[in-house]
Design a protein. Structure first.
Length: 83
């Protein structure tokens, strides 16, 4: 078990297109979305977290799907609003 996870977060609204941040294993996907939202003046509830090609629920702890320190590639996208 790792003490920290290093995430390389890609999101088109981030300056330079990506940032690297460290998170505790018991932090949730929402904590990551919150960190990205603070960097981009976005609403974290309007963001989607994608790891390994799969959408991850915001209440999921990082340790539930990450096993190594990383860095792990994370993609953040805007949620599509219904027309």
């Amino acid at each position: 078990m790792c003490d920290i996870f290093k995430l390389k977060i890609k999101y088109n609204k981030l300056e330079g297109g990506s940032i690297e941040k460290e998170f505790e294993p018991d932090q949730s996907v929402f904590d990551v979305l919150q960190a990205v939202a603070e960097e981009t003046d976005s609403n974290p509830r309007q963001l989607t977290f994608i790891y390994d090609g799969q959408y991850r629920e915001s209440d999921l702890a990082l340790e539930e799907f990450l096993t190594e320190e990383g860095p792990h590639d994370i993609q953040i996208t805007d949620k599509h609003r219904p027309a």
